[in-house]
Design a protein around this ligand. Structure first.
Ligand code: UN1
Length: 503
């Protein structure tokens, strides 16, 4: 079956009307073949504002629904996702070009966050705080925040939405979602899956979960609207530089999950076989198109010649190809622009003295409009030029180091601060890396790669990565407003700080 027909069949099975797929002029392509698979109508600014209005109405109702009951909706969503895992995973593979295992893994990540959020719906704990005044009680309460706008990227087209939505829903907030223009179909599928959960739930307000399809105009309408209390945006640092200040200017809240320039450090005592496998997945997995992809590698001088030739060999032999019809580990780049960006970075690295292994286009059996590449490993004499930037493609820059303090400095000397890892069996090195004077990233790992985080931890990074945290731990607090309440149950009115005001 051709991809266009298959997409229609999957979406039809989930209840998406076929007419939607030819309703407008926003063309959607599969990176697997480069073939156009749909052409959707766009939601302009006005339509987006209407969606926000419906969400704002839904908020007035949903905020009063007890949190454990809100959790029931997310429990049902998790069940529906389990039932649709095969179809949705396949659609992710078609629309984002992921291997079947990674497509399914992304849906599993959605199921996992639903489970987490269901538990959370009974644990939105506030504090009781000791007060200095007799006959008083002080406490902290967490309340729903308002409409949450989600802007997501093509590379995790459904999981990132689900991290936000599962938390937002249990926290009492409706969601308006603008998916990437490159992956609108998986968004329509998610919306159909939510509808199933809503139908089983029964009495949820309309407008609790909506999708708006479109480009810049749609996104701006979401960012600029004061009724959107929180904008959770995933994408490039360039995008974040536009979104962040706009939301801040209206005193809205934002969660920004932007670029990463994630590094690994391989120390003399490392288990080199394990390091090699972790680096291979971290740098080449998902064709280098994860925010958490490993992009820089620092290898100690004493083991460089033991590790790097093996890595170069792994780069040479890794299978690249159609993720739907072959067992290839590396699928396509998302589009031509990504391919050109990669080639430009490789040229820039050469100009800085880089020795390039791989990085060439793979054309055998690939249709002309699809972009498959051999992942590139580039040995660099120094951290300069393109090494300092995130290029969203499978390029790993490899550098030597000899001094541990220096390598930590180098590690932190880039704009982004998302993920990092160290390979060592030396406790002093690993603890130093995790300490206040170590990695400056939001994620710092030992003896595993930079990518593939579980949902239980808070996900996000520092500096140009934007500072936001999504997913597990206490990331939910960003989706709620905190009230501090002091209650006087005495007959006196003592003032704090001993202030006297006798009238
Ligand atoms: C992203 O690339 O935006 O840690 C998210 C990981 C995945 C999520 C990546 N769990 O690689």
């Amino acid at each position: 079956m051709d991809l266009k027909a298959e997409v229609r069949s999957i979406l039809g099975g989930l209840g998406v009307e076929a007419s939607v797929l030819d309703a407008g002029d926003m063309a959607s392509f599969s990176p697997v073949t480069g073939q156009q698979i749909a052409s959707l109508a766009q939601d302009d600014a006005e339509a987006t504002r209407t969606a926000i209005g419906r969400a704002a109405d839904a908020f007035r109702i949903w905020r009063n629904v007890p949190a454990p009951r809100r959790g029931e909706l997310v429990r049902l969503l998790g069940e529906e996702l389990r039932a649709a895992k095969g179809d949705l995973g396949r659609l992710v593979s078609i629309e984002a070009g992921k291997s079947p295992s990674e497509g399914a893994g992304e849906v599993q990540e959605m199921i996992d966050i639903c489970d987490f959020a269901v538990g959370l719906s009974r644990q939105l704990y506030g504090l009781t705080i000791a007060t200095e005044r007799p006959g008083h009680r002080m406490m902290e309460t967490w309340h729903p925040l308002g409409v949450v706008g989600v802007i997501s990227a093509f590379n995790f087209p459904v999981a990132v939405w689900c991290w936000n939505t599962a938390l937002a829903l249990v926290c009492g907030n409706p969601v308006v979602w603008k998916p990437s223009e490159k992956t609108p179909l998986t968004a329509l599928a998610c919306q159909a899956i939510v509808k199933r959960a809503l139908a089983r739930f029964g009495d949820a307000p309309d407008g609790l979960s909506q999708v708006v399809i479109g480009g810049r105009e749609t996104g701006e309408a979401l960012v600029d609207d004061p009724r959107v209390a929180l904008v959770s945006a995933t994408g490039s640092t360039r995008m974040g530089r536009q979104v962040g200040p706009k939301v801040a200017a209206r005193f809205g809240r934002s969660i920004l999950e932007l670029g990463g320039n994630n590094a690994g450090i391989v120390c003399p005592s490392a288990d080199l076989d394990m390091a090699l496998r972790a680096i291979a997945f971290g740098a080449m997995g998902t064709a280098g198109q994860r925010c958490t992809t490993m992009r820089r590698l620092f290898v100690h001088d004493s083991i460089y010649d033991q590790l790097v030739p093996g890595l170069i060999k792994a780069y040479g032999s890794v299978s690249v190809g159609n993720p739907l019809t072959t067992q290839a580990l590396v699928g396509p780049l998302v589009d031509r622009q990504a391919f050109e960006g990669m080639q430009a970075a490789i040229e820039a690295a050469k100009a800085e003295g880089g020795i390039v292994h791989g990085g060439t286009q793979v054309t055998d059996a690939a249709p002309e409009a699809a972009y498959y590449v051999k992942p590139a490993l580039i040995e660099m004499p120094a951290q300069a030029g393109p090494v300092l930037e995130e290029t969203f493609a499978p390029i790993l820059y490899v550098m030597r180091y000899s001094n541990f303090d220096d390598v930590i400095e180098q590690h932190n000397a880039v704009g982004a601060g998302l993920s990092s890892s160290i390979f060592t069996t030396d406790l002093r090195e690993s603890e130093r890396f995790l300490s206040a004077a170590g990695s400056d990233c939001g994620i710092a790992n030992v003896n595993i790669g930079t990518s593939g985080a579980e949902i239980g931890g808070a996900f996000g990074g520092e500096k140009e990565t934007g500072g936001g945290r999504e997913s597990g731990s206490d990331a939910w607090k960003a989706y709620m407003r905190r009230a501090t309440n002091t209650i006087n149950y005495s007959r006196a009115l003592p003032l704090a700080q001993g202030v006297v005001f006798d009238i």
